[in-house]
Design a protein around this ligand. Structure first.
Ligand code: ZN
Length: 164
């Protein structure tokens, strides 16, 4: 495994619509191992492959609820409701901003180890936010796109932050 430098906003790879994974082989498992190691080292609660410069539709999430989630070709199936969240991103270090996310989120993707489709439901929690945040990344979207204005981005200084 290896820790890979995290790409920052402004890097074109973060703006691409990432490619679908056709075959889940050893190279994909190795990439996911590197994503876990990079995410925990940062530390963050989620990471998408484009954030380490790989334009593929793969995300990993661990919001410390005992569930490690890796999804290949993830998609949001359904979302509803609106809530305000204070969000941060490993690709926008040192800042956070308040945006609107969904209350209920249903996501699906392929489990890279079983090859089977899995569905993940979350409601009004960090997991719901992380699913939307990471799946946005594979679509070339960064949370700052949702800010009402550029000065809505606030500096974090030493305050605790949750980043994905
Ligand atoms: Zn992010």
């Amino acid at each position: 495994m290896a820790i890979i430098p995290i790409r920052r906003a402004g890097d074109p790879v973060l703006r691409e619509k990432a490619r679908r994974v056709r075959t889940i082989d050893k190279s994909i498992h190795k990439l996911i191992d590197d994503m876990w190691e990079t995410m925990y080292d940062a530390p963050g609660v989620g990471l998408a492959a484009p954030q380490i410069g790989i334009s593929l539709r793969i995300v990993v999430i661990d919001v410390n609820n005992g569930e490690k989630i890796a999804l290949v070709n993830p998609e949001i199936v359904k979302r509803s409701g609106e809530r305000h969240v204070d969000e941060g991103c490993l690709s926008v270090p040192g800042f956070r901003g308040e945006i609107v996310r969904s209350v209920k989120v249903l996501a699906k993707g392929i489990d890279p180890y079983t090859g089977k489709e899995v569905r993940i439901k979350a409601q009004d929690d960090l997991l719901a936010e992380a699913l939307e945040h990471e799946i946005d990344h594979v679509n070339g979207i960064i949370y700052i796109d949702y800010l009402p204005s550029p000065d809505a981005l606030v500096s974090v200084n030493d305050a605790p932050e949750v980043r994905a």
